[in-house]
Each structure stands twice: as C-alpha cells, then as structure tokens.
Unconditional design. Structure first.
Length: 257
C-alpha cells in the first residue's frame, strides 16, 4: 500500500498575493471604489485564517504599491485610514493566533501615527512562530532592490565590505523579506497578468497563478484551487492527479456564511 504525502508536504511554504480588483468589484455593484477596499479587508482576514489553518509559513500581501500614491487623494486617504483601523482592530487577534506581522516597504512616507501603530504591532507579534504575515505597503520591487544596493554600497564605503564579496546571497540578506524562504507561489487576482513592481527579486522561481476572481471575492475555495494547481504543477513525489486531489481534499476550508 502506498502512503500519500501529507498536505503539509504539498502546500507552498510561502504564498505571495497581488490583491487586485477591489475597484471593479465595487463598480459592478454601483458603489464607490472605497467600498471595494473595505470588502477587500475582509478577504484579507479570510486569506490569513486560511494560511494559518493550512500550515503555510509565510503570507505576503501587496496592499499598497509605491505607484498607488498617484490615485485620487480621497482614495489614498481612505486606504490609509483603513490600514490604520485594521491594524488596530486585528493585532490582538493575530497575536492570539501566534502570527508574526511585518510591514515591508518604505513606511517613512506614512503619517507619524501610522508609523507608530506599525512599530507597536510588529513589536507585539515579533516572537510569534505559526505564520509570518508580511504586508507590503508603499512597497515597490525596484525600490527594494535599489535600497539593498544602497545598503551594500554604504558598507563598502565604510570599508566593512569589499565589492568582490557581494553575492546573490549577500544581496538577498538586504532585501525586505530577508531570512524568509522565497515565495513558491505568487497569486494575482483581478485578471491582469503582470507583476506590477511587486517582489521582483524573490519571484525568480515562483509559480505564477493568475485568476480573474476579484479580490473581495477571493475565499477559501479560490485559495484552495490555487494551492491545488500549485501542487499539480510541482508534481511532487511523482503522484497522479487523482492522488493529489485526494490530499487536496484535506485542505481546511470554511463555507462562507
Ligand atoms: C487593488 O484593487 C487594491 C489596491 C491597489 C489598493 P484596485 O483598487 O486596483 O482595483 P481595480 O484593479 O481598480 O479593480
Ligand atoms: C497592484 O495593483 C498593487 C496592489 C495590489 C497593491 P494595481 O491595480 O495598482 O496595479 P496596476 O496599476 O493594474 O498595474
Ligand atoms: Mg488594480
């Protein structure tokens, strides 16, 4: 008798998601774009709970890109308020669930109050081990790489490092996601097939999964489909699709009420 691998062996260690489609979701309902962002925050909560239940080690969510400042002022300010409210409301729950929160991106452009809130949340959850939740806010992949180059150049200038010592490994240690495994699955919702300046360096070997589902509609079912597709592409352990399907059925999903 053959023993099938556990779900744990088949789920990706690190999932990154470009959460796109909030505006269109709202428009379809005749509402303002900001209504879509609020619904999007609920989808974030679901995705985090799903990752936690199914043993994903890191979840990286693209919440606000360095290019998103160019959106109408009102939309940006609603997004900032939402970010603040969600941080305040959810940190306790994240902590109770042993989830470590980190914010990746250039947070210096945020209000002093928001920066303080971020620091408090990161410090409170720093020692948690079940899941690392990285929220990319004012993040850009090119910025991340340029920033790493700057840090290394400074070390060379300070004579702590020789330029000949710079390797891909050393470079990666300067990036925002240093110390975490690179995402093995990168999901984008909302139907566009581009990376939009997300984790450029770390996406080098990620499986890319594009779905037309708009972010506020992304639920356990759609998350499971992405994971099942990932497991199929990986063809780990030389299993048949039927065997994979049977393991995938053990993914813990919840029926939305
Ligand atoms: C993604 O949804 C959320 C953010 C970029 C903050 P969008 O706001 O881009 O929604 P669409 O793509 O316009 O539908
Ligand atoms: C990407 O979505 C950024 C986030 C999901 C935060 P956008 O809607 O901003 O990307 P483009 O403009 O379609 O490339
Ligand atoms: Mg968009």
């Amino acid at each position: 008798m053959t023993t099938l691998p556990s779900l744990q062996q088949l789920v990706p260690k690190h999932v990154a998601i470009i959460m796109d489609g909030n505006g269109r979701w709202a428009k379809q309902r005749g509402k303002l774009r900001t209504f879509g962002h609020k619904a999007g925050a609920e989808a974030v909560r679901r995705a985090v709970a799903f990752a936690r239940r199914n043993g994903i080690q890191s979840l990286t969510l693209f919440a606000f890109s360095s290019e998103n400042w160019q959106r109408p002022e009102k939309e940006v300010s609603v997004l900032m308020d939402l970010f603040m409210t969600v941080l305040k409301r959810e940190v306790k729950k994240l902590h109770e669930n042993n989830i470590k929160l980190t914010i990746i991106g250039d947070t210096t452009r945020f209000s002093e109050r928001l920066q303080r809130q971020i620091r408090t949340a990161e410090e409170k959850t720093a020692a948690n081990t079940a899941l690392t939740l990285n929220i990319a806010a004012n993040y850009g992949g090119q910025w991340d790489i340029a920033n790493a180059a700057k840090a290394l150049a400074q070390k060379v200038e300070d004579k702590q490092l020789r330029s000949s010592d710079i390797s891909t490994e050393l470079f990666a240690q300067q990036l925002q996601l240093a110390g975490q495994p690179s995402p093995d699955l990168l999901i984008r919702t909302g139907g566009e097939c581009r990376i939009s300046n997300f984790i450029l360096w770390q996406a080098a070997y990620a499986e890319l999964y594009f779905t037309p589902v708009l972010w506020p509609d992304f639920d356990d079912q759609t998350f499971s489909q992405a994971i099942a597709e990932f497991a199929k592409r990986e063809r780990r352990f030389g299993l048949t699709s039927e065997q994979l399907d049977s393991v995938m059925q053990t993914l813990e999903t919840r029926v939305e009420e």
